[in-house]
Design a protein. Structure first.
Length: 395
């Protein structure tokens, strides 16, 4: 790192049905990074899993090309899990006369929605590489990404969640009739059908009868091996809360998304309003038009839930709320939310550039905390095993 700039690798794309959302969010993040403070290294993972880097990855026009890998200036790259490398190897393989370049990274900003990124996989690589990174760790990322596991954990901690049934694709293929009967007996109609580990409303549908239930589960099963059916809370409104911090959390003003459909679809989230605006382009009420008491209670629940999963960095916590009764139901935690919830923090007086500054600071802070843990612990076990032999050794 130079005396004045941090080198920040921004990873986006990946093998995920939320690939396009990731590209848009990454462009917003990179635009928010002030050039006098950061050297930005874009790292794009293609739909088939190729890692690429190059300056043209900082513009949306690049992603309209048929083959990005063949564009001038584009290079293949990987982040090495080896701690001495601490950065990007460009290219990962070279011929007899070729040379590799090591681009050291001070911190990585993952902007990967959904599979192979928001689920703890990229976080695991960065933990192995010992590179600081923005956002939740491996456990929090994995737990919050799987809606079935997340709801079970939140119920254990005493948070109210939507009544639901979780099952696997194989369960469905093995005995769909049994699962249909269980849904009708325990939940009734209408219900929402969801892939358990996806976001952005992809594969989500509302079923009002048995035929729709069967159809929508079959569709969702194309996107995930774990599936979720939830009781529809038709009399509730959606309220979202952005949270930031490593332990001492702060919250932004709440939002109420406005939907003209039966639920907030992918198109409403990302394709209304300004092109390239991401979640910011969706219609919403900020601050949410609810009472001060209810607002404070939702903010507190958001912080408590994020702490329960050992969350750090940032998240958007989504709720279903019945205003008349004051019932607050925790729906999900998005550890890499669309548009990084910039639009919510702007309402709190934080422009996108300041949000990025704070998230990078929190990443370095979290890494410093990790460094306090002892990992290198030597014993006499190897010498003992060599002297006595392996036979009979207890595991």
């Amino acid at each position: 790192m130079s005396a004045s700039k941090q080198t920040v690798g921004v990873i986006f794309g990946s093998r995920s049905v939320e690939h396009d959302v990731s590209i848009v969010t990454a462009q917003q993040v990179m635009q928010a990074m002030r050039p006098e403070k950061y050297e930005v290294v874009p790292i794009y993972i293609s739909r088939d899993g190729r890692w690429l880097t190059g300056p043209d990855l900082r513009t949306l026009k690049t992603f309209q090309a048929e083959d990005i890998a063949e564009m001038m200036g584009m290079k293949e790259a990987i982040i090495s899990p080896s701690t001495p490398h601490h950065g990007l190897i460009v290219p990962p393989l070279s011929g007899r006369l070729g040379r590799n370049e090591l681009k050291r990274l001070d911190v990585v900003f993952p902007v990967l929605h959904g599979s192979h990124g928001e689920d703890g996989t990229i976080q695991g690589l960065l933990e192995l590489a010992d590179v600081p990174y923005v956002g939740a760790g491996v456990m929090a990322s994995a737990v919050t990404r799987d809606k079935i596991i997340f709801k079970a954990l939140m119920s254990h901690y005493g948070f109210s969640v939507v009544d639901h049934i979780g099952f696997t694709r194989q369960d469905w293929l093995r005995d769909a009739d049994k699962l249909v009967a269980r849904v009708e007996a325990e939940l009734g109609y209408p219900v929402f059908v969801k892939p358990a580990t996806l976001g952005s409303s992809i594969g989500v549908a509302k079923a009002d009868n048995v035929d729709e239930l069967r159809t929508y589960v079959n569709v969702a099963a194309n996107f995930d091996r774990r599936l979720l059916v939830e009781k529809a809370m038709t009399d509730a409104i959606e309220i979202n809360c952005a949270v930031m911090g490593n332990d001492d959390y702060k919250t932004a003003p709440l939002e109420q998304p406005v939907t003209w459909q039966e639920f907030l679809t992918y198109e409403e989230k990302y394709m209304r309003g300004d092109a390239g605006a991401g979640m910011k382009g969706a219609e919403r009420k900020i601050p949410a038009p609810i009472s001060d008491e209810l607002t404070q209670r939702i903010k507190q629940i958001a912080q408590d839930a994020f702490r329960a999963v050992d969350g750090r960095g940032m998240a958007r916590v989504d709720f279903l709320v019945r205003e008349a009764s004051g019932e607050v139901v925790l729906n999900e935690i998005n550890t890499i939310p669309g548009s990084m919830a910039f639009y919510l923090w702007q309402e709190a007086g934080m422009p996108a550039s300041q949000v990025v500054d704070e998230l990078l600071r929190l990443a370095v802070e979290a890494h410093a905390e990790k460094r306090k843990t002892t990992y290198n612990y030597k014993t006499g076990l190897i010498a003992h095993a060599a002297a006595r032999g392996l036979k009979g050794m207890k595991k």
